[in-house]
Structures are given as structure tokens and as C-alpha cells.
Ligand binder design. Structure first.
Ligand code: PLP
Length: 378
């Protein structure tokens, strides 16, 4: 098949993932050691040390998924029955699942239309005496307004959790690394993220007390240095050694993955300049480009037309805001109008990949131009 007719590399395709000799060697190293559980091995502990080095934070806790890392964070923040946690309706379900697991209430604040990230004014308005924490998601790799959210949390005595699952090595407008401002920052190694070991998660903090609570909850409330005593409730969220070893290899590649994604995204941003019916949502230099978000006037139609040109696109990113899922009963439609408008009308998310070549991006740009010309002619 000629290159220009080949489907674009994806996260479910060896071309679109960065697995190589280092990952193969990592798997064999662990297998040959016979220790596959991280309670007894060194790979997960080494991954934690390497993650603290990458982010210059004091402590990292490795665990079984991004959702698990958020559960560690929510537990460490002291969230329990009847408490409230403020977050966005435009995110993966993993952002809210831990709040539900703690029998606490998710309070949804609306988002900014230009990038789908939390609107700080809406967060402020959602705070009540029962609020314990705010979870800020850096959607698609674009920075939430973490300075304003930090200020709100400080003023109300709330724990700020950064959900960086889509924002590996992203930066805000001031060049601050995303994941260095929140009390706790959570990362995912799930198949679709910048780097992956299939599943896996990491939680970062500078606070030793928060780190200790997360570490205990990750391993059945059991401080193994103390003997077989369970001082607090906990689950088994341990990261297996095979996963940790692969994640260590992937962690050495994340900077290059983000660099390549930025380079190609820059090419597409330039190529789309001057098109009046399509804009790039918030294209700041620190964007980590997990997906490539566009704003259009009719996302369902655009997605269908782009698909016909061989370019996959997700209208709205989600089918519904998080609060419209059966797992979250009791929230009225229209609760967050900006999020609903993004999902139903304006947001179009293109899969993005570090393996895209300049030719791939030209192909994507040509498809967008063709669909745009049709939109203008309508
Ligand atoms: C992927 C993701 C999660 C959940 O991570 P898992 O590893 O799939 O559990 C949470 N939040 C956001 C924003 C995500 O993209």
C-alpha cells in the first residue's frame, strides 16, 4: 500500500507506540528475577525515584492505574462520605470514580469554551463548607488555570489535585511544569496516554504525610516496615514489577514523545491558519498535545466528513458530560452549559501521535481544508 493511503499510526499499532529493545529487556529482566510483585522487587520503587527526579517533587507513589492514583489522592485529601469534590464534567470517568468510591459527592463546575478546562470562577462558586478538594484536569494536555485554582484552594483550605493523565510534561503559559503546583498530581500509563505500560499510575506530592497516606492505601493500609499491622483501610493498588520495568523504559522517552507531538502540532497549527470556520483550541507552546482539539460549528458533521477523507476525529471527545452517565444519577441536564455546547456542537478532537510524519500532517491538513471548503459552501 502506498504510504499516503496507509492509515495513520495509532496507539493500538506498533507504529504509534514507542516500544523497543529497552522495553523487551525490561520485561525479561523482571521475568528472569522471578520477582513480579512490587512489594518484594525494586522496579516500582526505582520508577518512583525516576519520576520524582523528572518532576523535581519529593515523593512519588506508583500504582495500578491513573484512576487508582486519583483514588490515592482523594483518600489522602481526607475525602469521605458526605464530603464534596469540585471538578470538571469534561474528562475521563477516572477523574470522578474515586470520589464516588469514597461515597463523597462530585460537584461539577463548568469549563472555558476556548479549551474545555475548568473555569476558575465556576469553581469558586461551587465551593461550600463541605468541599474538601478540587481536581483540575489539564484537558488534552493544555494547562488548566492552575494559578487561579491554587489561589482558590488556598483561600478555602482545599486540597488541589492535578489530573495530569493527558498532560505528560505539559507546561502552562508561564513555563511551569503541569503537575508541580497541586498538592498531589496524578498520572496514567494507560494504553492511550503519551507513554504506556498498558495500565499503571503515579501520584506525586511534596508532602510526606500525604505520601504516607497514599502509600498505605496503595498496599492494604500496611506499613511493611512495622509488621503485619493494618492501621488504616486500604486496597491493593500495587503496580506489578513487569509494568514498572516497562514504565521505566517509557519514562526515558516521554520528553522526546512530547517534543515530537509539539513539532507536528505546530505544523498543523500553521497549516490551518486563515481558515475561518475552524480554530485550534488554545495552542500555547507548553501544550502536551495528547489529542489535537479543534473548535468548529457542527462537530458531528465535521467528524463524518473528515472520516470520509481518512482522518479520524472524535466529536465532543465524550458522548455526554460526566454527570449525564447512569453511574451519576441526580444531576440535571444543562448543569454545565459550556461543557454541553463543546460536546454537542463545537469540540472536535483529532487523535494525535508522536509517530506522525510531516506527510501525515499534510494529509490531515488537506482533509481539514477540503471539509472546510465544503462547510463554507453550505
Ligand atoms: C486516562 C485518564 C484517567 C484515568 O486513567 P486510567 O489509567 O485509565 O485509570 C483519568 N483522568 C484523565 C484525564 C484521563 O485521561
Amino acid at each position: 500500500m502506498p504510504e499516503r493511503e496507509m492509515p495513520l499510526p495509532t496507539v493500538l499499532d506498533p507504529r504509534g507506540r514507542t516500544f523497543g529493545e529497552a522495553e523487551r529487556a525490561a520485561v525479561l529482566r523482571v521475568l528472569d528475577s522471578a520477582v513480579l510483585c512490587s512489594a518484594f522487587g525494586s522496579e516500582a520503587r526505582s520508577l518512583e525515584a525516576e519520576m520524582t527526579g523528572l518532576y523535581s517533587r519529593a515523593e512519588a507513589v506508583a500504582c495500578s492505574s491513573g484512576t487508582a492514583s486519583l483514588h490515592l489522592a482523594v483518600v489522602a485529601a481526607g475525602v469521605g462520605p458526605g464530603d464534596e469534590v469540585v471538578t470538571t464534567p469534561l474528562s475521563d470517568f477516572g477523574t470522578v470514580a474515586p470520589v464516588l468510591a469514597q461515597q463523597a459527592r462530585v460537584v461539577f463546575a463548568d469549563v472555558r469554551p476556548r479549551d474545555g478546562n475548568l473555569d476558575p470562577a465556576a469553581v469558586e462558586a461551587a465551593v461550600t463548607p463541605r468541599t474538601k478538594a478540587v481536581i483540575a484536569v489539564h484537558l488534552f494536555g493544555a494547562a488548566a488555570d492552575i494559578g487561579a485554582l491554587r489561589e482558590i484552594c488556598d483561600r478555602h483550605g482545599l486540597v488541589l489535585i492535578e489530573d495530569c493523565a493527558q498532560a505528560w510534561l505539559g507546561e502552562d503559559g508561564a513555563g511551569r511544569l503541569l503537575g508541580t503546583v497541586g498538592d498531589i498530581s496524578c498520572f496514567s500509563l494507560q494504553q492511550y496516554k503519551h507513554i504506556t505500560a498498558g495500565d499503571g499510575g503515579l501520584a506525586l506530592t511534596d508532602d510526606p504525610a500525604l505520601a504516607r497516606r497514599m502509600r498505605l492505601f496503595m498496599d492494604k493500609g500496611w506499613d511493611r516496615a512495622e509488621g503485619r499491622i493494618h492501621r488504616e483501610p486500604g486496597l491493593n493498588y500495587r503496580m506489578p514489577e513487569l509494568i514498572a520495568a516497562v514504565a521505566r523504559a517509557q519514562l526515558t522517552k516521554v520528553a522526546e514523545v512530547v517534543r515530537r507531538r509539539r513539532e507536528r502540532a505546530g505544523q498543523l497549527v500553521d497549516a490551518l491558519e486563515g481558515l475561518e470556520r475552524v480554530t485550534v483550541a488554545e495552542a500555547q507552546p507548553g501544550h502536551a498535545w495528547w489529542l489535537f482539539p479543534l473548535l468548529v460549528d457542527d462537530n458531528a458533521r465535521w467528524a463524518k466528513d473528515l472520516e470520509a477523507e481518512g482522518v479520524p476525529a472524535m466529536p465532543g471527545y465524550l458522548e455526554h458530560p460526566l454527570y449525564a452517565n447512569p453511574a451519576l444519577p441526580g444531576y440535571p441536564p444543562g448543569l454545565c452549559p459550556q461543557a454541553e455546547r463543546l460536546i454537542e456542537r463545537t469540540l472536535l478532537a483529532l487523535p494525535w501521535n508522536e509517530a506522525y510524519t510531516a506527510a501525515h500532517v499534510t494529509r490531515i491538513a488537506d482533509a481539514i481544508r477540503a471539509v472546510h471548503a465544503r462547510a463554507v459552501a453550505r
